[in-house]
Design a protein around this ligand. Structure first.
Ligand SMILES: [Zn+2]
Length: 223
C-alpha cells in the first residue's frame, strides 16, 4: 500500500500557462525536497501535462537521485513552445522514465461522449507509440475528470493502467491508481507527511470507499 504523487510544472510558471493551471506548479525547492524524500520512502512520482520542465528540471534531479517517474503527456501539446518535443520524450524514455498518455486535447472526459473520449485517448496513444516505438501502458485522466462511464470507456480500450486524481494509497497492482495531487499552496509539512507515513490496509479500505462513491464498481478492477 503506497501513495502515488501527482506533480505538474516546476519552477515559475511561464506566461502561457493558464490561470487555472498555475496553482499546480511547485517551486524548485519543494521539488528538490520531494525527490529527496522519494529516495527513502515507497512513493511513486508522476508528472502530468508535458511541460518542458519535465526534461529541464525534473529529469536531471531524478537521475541524480537514482529515481524514475511517469510522465503523462497531452499529445496535442508535443512540440509547442513550453512543452516537451518528440526528442524530449525519447530522452525521457532512454533515461528509463515511463511515458503515458494524458489524452490528445486535454479535455474533461466527463463532459464529452464515449466516442470523443475514445478518439482523444486512442489518437494520443498512437502518437506516443510512433514516437517511442513501443506501446503505451498508462493513461492519466485530464483534470481528474473521471467517473464510472469514463472508466468503462478506458476499460473497453484496453488501457492497462489508469491514473486518476482520487486521493489515497493503493496496492501496486491497482488498475485504477489513486494519486495525491500536490499544489503550490500545500505546506511542506503536509507533503512530507503524505510521503513518509506508513499506510495500512485500513488506509487502503478508506480510500477505496471514497473512490467507490465517485467511480463505483470500476475502482474494484485490478490490472
Ligand atoms: Zn493535465
Amino acid at each position: 500500500m503506497s501513495p502515488c504523487l501527482l506533480l505538474h510544472g516546476i519552477g515559475e510558471p511561464p506566461a502561457h500557462i493558464a490561470d487555472m493551471e498555475r496553482p499546480y506548479w511547485l517551486t524548485t525547492e519543494i521539488f528538490a525536497r520531494i525527490v529527496e524524500l522519494a529516495q527513502h520512502n515507497d512513493v511513486r512520482l508522476t508528472l502530468d501535462d508535458g511541460n518542458d520542465t519535465d526534461v529541464h528540471i525534473a529529469l536531471p534531479a531524478l537521475l541524480r537521485a537514482g529515481l524514475t517517474a511517469s510522465f503523462f503527456i497531452p499529445s496535442d501539446r508535443i512540440g509547442r513552445p513550453g512543452y516537451v518535443s518528440e526528442d524530449d520524450i525519447r530522452t525521457l524514455q532512454v533515461a528509463g522514465m515511463e511515458i503515458g498518455s494524458h489524452g490528445r486535447a486535454h479535455i474533461r472526459w466527463t463532459e464529452v461522449s464515449d466516442d470523443v473520449i475514445a478518439e482523444d485517448v486512442s489518437s494520443s496513444i498512437d502518437r506516443l507509440r510512433e514516437i517511442l516505438g513501443e506501446r503505451v501502458r498508462g493513461v492519466a485522466v485530464p483534470y481528474g475528470a473521471c467517473d464510472r462511464r469514463v472508466l468503462r470507456v478506458l476499460r473497453a480500450l484496453h488501457v492497462e493502467r489508469v491514473y486518476s486524481s482520487f486521493a489515497g494509497p493503493d496496492p501496486k497492482d491497482a488498475w485504477l491508481v489513486r494519486r495525491d495531487c500536490l499544489m503550490a499552496d500545500m505546506p511542506a509539512a503536509t507533503i512530507e507527511r503524505l510521503m513518509t507515513r506508513k499506510y495500512t490496509a485500513v488506509d487502503g479500505t478508506l480510500s477505496f470507499l471514497r473512490t467507490w462513491r465517485r467511480a463505483g464498481e470500476a475502482s474494484m478492477w485490478r490490472a
